[in-house]
Design a protein around this ligand. Structure first.
Ligand SMILES: *[C@@H]1O[C@H](CO)[C@@H](O)[C@H](O)[C@H]1NC(C)=O
Ligand SMILES: *[C@@H]1O[C@H](CO)[C@@H](O)[C@H](O)[C@H]1NC(C)=O
Length: 356
């Protein structure tokens, strides 16, 4: 864990200016150590505090992501190279954003321990007030973390314990869970005893579910039943500690060859892992201290969008890597991935959330 520093009051003027201007200059990273990589890494957004949860939406050809503790949802539109950010007023922890199928402008978002629905035109600097807010995790202090929809549109959200007082950046362990929100609107707890729920990817045949509990410093696989949503036979497929790989595994995505791209918090890299052989195939480096998640996107789904964070960095760290927190695009990965799956959600008049 890095030295930590409370920077909640840092000025956001530079960022706001960029939001207003919409258009951002591209910046190609060309450090000698990275020149050996075939990868091309570009920064495509201003540096946020804690970028997370990238989701490629093919209908708007946009990459949606959150600034987790700033109550913000964001959109990057590659064709116009423009970036938009909106505040969800009254909410601080906005942990995930997934579009709702067949409902233009509606999104399910993580709101602390709950999910809710917001309307956003993808351009304005505010959203509607959240509606259909539904508490998911009742453990006091817990909050949601990453969330994604599976191939059927069933939403999966994981949770984590609260930050330990006087120990910023460290969280109570084994208090979180992984939930799915089922087709009849009920919430099912799928895994318990989770410290920090992260990752989430499904094999293209939907027989495997890949998961990260960050404090296990490993990537796990479960046998997955797409009909029932049941997870069985959990096992480690890549252990970072045993492989002497630095960083805390965070969000991940899967490519069409079945390889996993795993972001590492408290580290500057993404790992490309073959889950069948359990081997590390390659790494991609970023000019950021904390790499949080990844999603393939772009018209050919061959661009890897990577969120990063500059959470609780020291002033010296921020000066050294000022783009910690930006969204990056990696090209020349030689891989293609899958578009994000929208959540199937039916909104009932009784102010209850039901999925269809
Ligand atoms: C948000 O947008 C409105 C309307 O365009 C503008 O008046 C307001 O100043 C903006 N607020 C911020 C914080 O940028
Ligand atoms: C919870 O996880 C820890 C660490 O992985 C393990 O030692 C413990 O037995 C687990 N407890 C339950 C109830 O599964």
């Amino acid at each position: 864990m890095p030295m930590l520093y409370n920077n909640n009051n840092r000025p956001l003027v530079f960022w706001s200016m960029l939001i207003c201007s919409g258009l951002l200059a591209k910046m190609t990273i060309a450090k000698p150590a990275e020149a050996r990589q075939k990868f091309n890494v570009e920064r495509v957004s201003p540096a946020l505090e804690l970028g997370e949860g990238p989701h490629w939406d093919s209908s708007t050809r946009s990459l949606y992501f959150v600034d987790l503790h700033q109550g913000k949802i964001n959109r990057y539109h590659p064709e116009s190279n423009s970036y938009f950010s909106a505040n969800i007023e009254g909410y601080k922890d906005v942990t995930l954003i997934v579009p709702i199928e067949d409902k233009a402008d509606l999104f399910v978002v993580g709101l602390g321990p709950s999910i809710g629905i917001v309307q956003w035109d993808g351009r304005s600097n505010t959203t509607s007030q959240p509606e259909y807010v539904k508490l998911i995790d009742e453990t006091p202090g817990n909050r949601l973390n990453d969330g994604k929809a599976d191939a059927t549109g069933r939403l999966w959200v994981g949770t984590m314990g609260s930050e330990i007082p006087d120990n910023p950046g460290h969280y109570y362990k084994r208090r979180g869970s992984l939930f799915s929100i089922e087709s009849d609107g009920t919430v099912n707890k799928r895994l318990s005893n989770v410290s920090i729920s992260n990752g989430m990817a499904w094999s293209s045949d939907n027989k495997e579910f890949y998961f990260v509990d960050t404090y296990k410093f490993a990537v796990e696989a479960y046998d997955f039943d797409i009909v029932t949503g049941d997870l069985t036979n959990g096992r480690v497929i890549f252990d970072l500690t045993a492989n002497k790989v630095a960083g805390d595994p965070d969000g991940m995505t899967i490519d069409k060859n079945g390889n996993l791209w795993v972001a590492c918090f408290n580290s500057n890299h993404i790992l490309k892992i073959d889950p069948i052989t359990g081997t590390l195939l390659t790494t991609v480096q970023f000019p950021a201290y904390q790499v949080t998640s990844a999603a393939f996107g772009g018209p050919k789904l061959d661009e890897l969008y990577v969120t990063t964070a500059g959470y609780q960095l020291t002033e010296a760290q921020k000066a050294k890597r000022p783009y910690s927190g930006a969204l990056f695009r990696v090209t020349n990965t030689g891989s293609t991935g899958f578009e994000g799956v929208s959540a199937k959600i039916h909104l009932c008049p009784e102010n209850q959330l039901h999925t269809i």
